[in-house]
Ligand binder design. Structure first.
Ligand SMILES: NC(=O)c1ccc[n+]([C@@H]2O[C@H](COP(=O)([O-])OP(=O)(O)OC[C@H]3O[C@@H](n4cnc5c(N)ncnc54)[C@H](OP(=O)(O)O)[C@@H]3O)[C@@H](O)[C@H]2O)c1
Length: 340
């Protein structure tokens, strides 16, 4: 029976990389009834999936051996190449009619290199990075930015539908990786803009919640930036999207821009700050931890938060400059130590 004729429930999918994104992807495929083999460089991190029905492969080749679809969800292009090539690499064992779906964020140059690698091995290749972090991945609510052979589309759609709320089929292989860089460049600027604006609000003696409450529901609001603002003010840096991956993507965007003859000054500036946050130990924390670079990040007491249903700004009084502030410090109402 060909993969086209199989039901979704019968699909055999190999997932290489069971990190923050790969694990929920594998879990959702299992819940849809597919046969899933997983491989992870650190096997212990994949073991939780066994109870959900996954088979743990001893090598990328063993995971790939009978796959209809092989998904790579690894840190970067180097990691993907290592896992796909070599004696135990997945390409040595992938069946000829299988499709390789490359979902890691690898940038433009690596997307082209990996497409060439697939072509040399006569393997159908679909460049399909995703937008959305750990929670959308858990909920099957990713946005899949796919491009590849038209013949692969009908076979992949049932798989993608399990993973995402939106599937964009783009014209040229690599366009998904290009769009992903554009999306993550926007994300970077939003996060850094929010971090600096909260710091500014605080420095001006305002409760930073006032800024967030004032933009809520209006054209300046962004649900993503608002969620990051809350994380920043709560100093809650549990990783959804780790800062080191965000910095990797911002670097890929800056490099791609440079190769295309333009520069990204905002991205270059935020990268400089984010590298400092990473150097001080925030690489594995959420991208919201970018705010820790500010000399005195805003910290507010929970009692200063607006009550549900209040109008923007209602219940928020302008913070009186504290004695510390009059001495030149920026804290509004220090209530707890911040991570980092
Ligand atoms: N997290 C997000 O919000 C998000 C959203 C969209 C896209 N992405 C992208 O999705 C990709 C995966 O992200 P993630 O958050 O799942 O990352 P992660 O949790 O850090 O997991 C990375 C995975 O790559 C593996 N890996 C790294 N280097 C390797 C190597 N040299 N050889 C073999 N395996 C290697 C890791 O194995 P070990 O477990 O052994 O370390 C792990 O399985 C990245 O490209 C990221 O930019 C992430």
């Amino acid at each position: 029976m060909t993969a086209d004729a199989r039901t979704v429930a019968g699909r055999r999918v190999a997932v290489l990389g069971t990190g923050t994104m790969g694990a929920p992807i594998a879990r959702n495929l299992l819940r849809a009834g597919m046969h899933v083999r997983v491989w992870n460089r650190t096997p212990a991190k994949a073991e939780g999936l066994l109870a959900e029905g996954a088979l743990l492969a001893s090598s990328p080749a063993a995971a790939a051996a009978d796959a209809d679809v092989l998904i790579t969800m690894l840190t970067d292009g180097d990691a993907v190449e290592q896992v796909m090539t070599g004696p135990d690499g997945a390409l040595s064992a992938l069946p000829p009619d299988a499709i390789w779906v490359q979902m890691s964020t690898v940038g433009v140059e690596w997307a082209d290199r990996l497409a060439d690698l697939a072509a040399r091995h006569r393997v159908a290749f679909v460049d399909a990075p995703v937008s959305g972090s750990s929670q959308p991945a858990e909920n099957g609510q990713l946005v899949v930015l796919a491009a590849g052979a038209r013949s692969a589309r009908s076979r992949l759609e049932p798989v993608f539908e399990v993973l995402g709320r939106q599937i964009l089929w783009l014209e040229h292989v690599g366009d998904g990786s290009r769009l992903k860089l554009a999306l993550n460049n926007w994300l970077s600027v939003l996060v850094e803009g929010m971090a600096e604006t909260l710091t500014l609000s605080s420095a001006l003696g305002l409760n930073p919640h006032l800024f967030v409450a004032t933009i809520a529901g209006g054209p300046l609001a962004s649900p993503y930036a608002t969620a990051k603002a809350t994380a920043m003010m709560d100093a809650d840096f549990a990783p959804g999207f780790p800062l080191q991956h965000a910095a990797k993507d911002a670097t890929l965007a800056a490099e791609a821009a440079h190769h295309s003859g333009v520069e990204l000054p905002l991205t270059a500036a935020l990268l400089d700050r984010w590298q400092r946050a990473i150097a001080s130990g925030h690489g594995h924390d959420d991208v919201a931890s970018a705010i820790t670079v500010s000399p005195a990040p805003p910290t507010v007491s929970a009692t200063a938060e607006p009550t549900p249903g209040s109008a923007p700004g209602e219940g928020l009084v302008r913070a009186e400059p504290s004695r510390e502030r009059r001495r030149g410090q920026l804290m509004v109402a220090p209530c707890r130590d911040r991570a980092g």
